[in-house]
Design a protein around this ligand. Structure first.
Ligand SMILES: [Zn+2]
Length: 100
């Protein structure tokens, strides 16, 4: 709903999956609007996410975080497991200059 608790205490707790998943519920009339993210906030977040999603070997940026800590690269670079081409953004093309 684009709202945040704004300091209000929860008034109830909803559970599903036998209590394995749950969430606090808050009064809507006491809630405040969410803080809007600025372009600078988005750029900072994007930069942080890029670190976890970009393979240092092939330069692809995946739409999900890749296991860089244990593997050091994406699965395709690590063991040849082909990556779904829809799961990443291709690295920027090398700078080709036309000779005159
Ligand atoms: Zn890679």
């Amino acid at each position: 709903m684009g709202l945040r608790p704004g300091g209000a205490e929860p008034v109830a707790r909803i559970e599903c999956r036998g209590g394995k998943r749950w969430a606090w519920l808050y009064r809507i009339d006491l809630a405040k609007p969410k803080f809007a993210m600025t372009l600078a906030d988005e750029a900072t977040l994007d930069k942080a996410m890029a670190k976890h999603q970009t393979c240092g070997t092939c330069g692809r940026r995946y739409f999900h975080c890749i296991p860089l800590k244990p593997l050091g690269s994406c699965f395709e670079c690590y063991d040849g497991t082909p990556a779904d081409p829809t799961s990443y953004i291709a690295p920027p093309a090398p700078d080709h200059r036309l000779a005159a």
